[in-house]
Design a binder for this molecule. Structure first.
Ligand code: GLN
Length: 545
């Protein structure tokens, strides 16, 4: 089947992964999206995840890494963060489907009797539902939809997704959809050689179920030789010029699109999809990479005090946003990863001495709370720049209530329901909620900033929209009391009922927010609060400037 010339058919790219997980499929898919956007096409993105949780919102960050939140309140896989950061696409509820979500839709339909007495089966009912999820990306405003399939070829649980994309492409036609397989070409040290066999086997798994990749992108530690590419092309049945390499990058993940562009991957994609090959303009991106690499005039060390510190993926967007903030301030960033529980044991001074700023990120549950509160006290008393996010803001309120307002045992009702001073309490809208999944205050909400605030200064605006993911909030019963002592509510919901941002104006930089600004930071456009925080920390690092 071929699309009519000039028709506005959305074209599809499916990215699968082979050999091992953690190859960086999300980064590769996001890089392709960036390149195609910079060729003038309108791109949207999606991830299909084979696990049975309806969304990652109920999973521990240890299992899954960070939960990325979209404007429309979807709790999603962290790869969507790469999509938004690289390609500046807007993700939504339609951008992430899990097997759990697909199955629960099908089962709900079965309960409503919509299958009219039929036996409900993986094929065709689950695969139809998956195809529907993919098709939902099609729109007159979208030229290219990129769908990443989670997991690795050969996983039992990803089979229905692979079958669905096989059918999808068969239905929509070769020139309208493309299969790209990201695979590993390992270097075996003892043999001093790179090996193509794992990739051949991975492609043969796909071929067994009827998927012949159009392109291979090979992840490798060292440059591939021509003979490796010849071999892969021949044995995997892929055109020789469609075997690409994606070597580990030296400085920044943002180099990946540039490396792919050097090999014209995006040009070949356009040709295969019968799209007009437009010029690529990557100048600002390349300029950003140049700035990442070039020596900086200062090094800023930021302590991130959290509960899931041992797992780097748990605070992915925070670390990325800090790096954007550092780049915007022409500073090298050093992150000191501080385990809140460890800090509880050994004290703040021991673990925080010498840092130029302290960030306490979001989180859930009791563990490590007292350590975070101690870290905040240390920042407040030593006049070190402090940035609190979500739970980090809640802990800042608790710290101030206890140590400045003298409200002994002040706490969040999340950690102590019997506290005499619940300075952080459950939102009214949350009192009757019993289900855990998808029931928090989620997604973008407006916030009004006081014009005299530091936040308004760095945003250059007083009306902002930021993304949320929480159940608890600042308890208004304590607002006046804490404000009178110097903890100012500088941002609130338009009806002034929900406290969204607090500051201590007497402190060089003490800013904390109930929302998650890290999700909206971009490498070419650092989030204002991260830019402002790193700028304040830079002043500590280089007091004479
Ligand atoms: N646990 C807190 C709440 O639910 C904070 C959530 C967060 O940091 N994302 O309100």
């Amino acid at each position: 089947m071929r699309s009519k010339p000039g028709s506005r058919q959305t074209k599809y790219i499916f990215v699968t992964g082979g050999v091992v997980s953690s190859l960086g499929k999300g980064i590769t898919a996001a890089s392709l999206a960036l390149l195609l956007k910079r060729r003038g096409y309108r791109v949207t993105m999606q991830k299909l995840d084979p696990y049975l949780n309806v969304d990652p919102g109920t999973m521990s960050p240890y299992q899954h890494g960070e939960v990325y939140v979209t404007d429309d309140g979807a709790e999603t896989d962290l790869d969507l963060g790469h999509y938004e950061r690289f390609a500046d696409v807007t993700c939504s509820q339609a951008s992430n489907y899990t097997s759990g979500r697909i199955y629960s839709n099908v089962i709900a339909r079965e309960r409503r009797g919509e299958y009219l007495g039929k036996t409900v089966q993986v094929i065709p009912h689950i695969t139809d539902e998956i195809k529907q999820a993919i098709r939902s990306l099609s729109s007159p405003d979208v030229d290219i939809a990129i769908t990443e399939i989670g997991g690795t070829a050969g996983d039992i649980e990803s089979m229905p997704f692979l079958e669905a994309i096989r059918q999808f492409r068969h239905e929509i036609g070769r020139n309208n959809a493309l299969f790209i397989h990201l695979t590993l070409v390992p270097y075996i040290k003892a043999a001093g050689e790179m090996k193509t066999k794992p990739s051949q086997q991975s492609v043969s798994i796909l071929r067994e179920i009827g998927i012949i990749p159009d392109m291979l992108i090979c992840r490798c530690e060292k440059p591939m030789q021509s003979e490796h590419k010849d071999k892969l092309a021949l044995f995997c049945n892929v055109e020789r010029e469609l075997v690409f390499e994606e070597q580990d990058v030296a400085n920044s993940i943002y180099e990946v699109p540039v490396e792919l562009a050097k090999q014209d991957v995006d040009k070949y994609i356009m040709e295969l999809l019968e799209l007009h090959v437009r010029d690529l303009d990557l100048r600002d991106w390349q300029d950003m990479i140049r700035r990442v690499i070039e020596p900086k005039s200062a090094t800023v060390e930021i302590a991130v005090v959290g509960k899931y510190i041992s797992l780097r993926d748990a605070y992915k967007s925070i670390y990325e946003a800090l790096s954007h903030g550092a780049l915007a301030n022409d500073a090298d960033l050093k992150i000191r990863h501080v385990e809140a529980e460890e800090l509880e044991k050994v004290g703040a001074a021991k673990l925080l001495a010498g840092v130029h700023g302290i960030l306490v990120p979001g989180g859930f549950g009791n563990r490590g709370i007292e350590g975070k509160i101690q870290a905040i006290r240390y920042a407040r008393e030593n006049r070190l720049p402090f940035f609190g996010i979500c739970l980090g803001m809640q802990c800042a309120v608790i710290e101030f209530a206890r140590n400045v307002a003298g409200l002994a045992d002040a706490n969040s009702a999340e950690f102590d329901e019997q506290t005499p001073h619940p300075v952080i309490a459950l939102m009214d809208s949350q009192r009757q909620v019993t289900d855990k999944g998808g029931t928090m205050r989620l997604g973008a909400y407006p916030c009004e900033l006081r014009p005299e605030s530091r936040a308004a200064q760095v945003y250059g605006a007083t009306e902002i929209q930021e993304r949320h993911r929480h159940r608890y909030e600042f308890n208004n019963a304590y607002r006046e009391r804490l404000e009178a002592l110097g903890l100012k509510v500088m941002g609130a919901s338009p009806d002034d009922q929900l406290v969204e941002l607090i500051e201590i104006p007497q402190h060089p930089w003490f800013v904390a927010c109930q929302f998650h600004p890290e999700f909206k930071s971009r490498p070419l456009n650092a989030h204002p609060l991260f830019r402002g925080f790193v700028a304040a920390a830079r002043k500590v690092a280089q007091p004479l400037l």
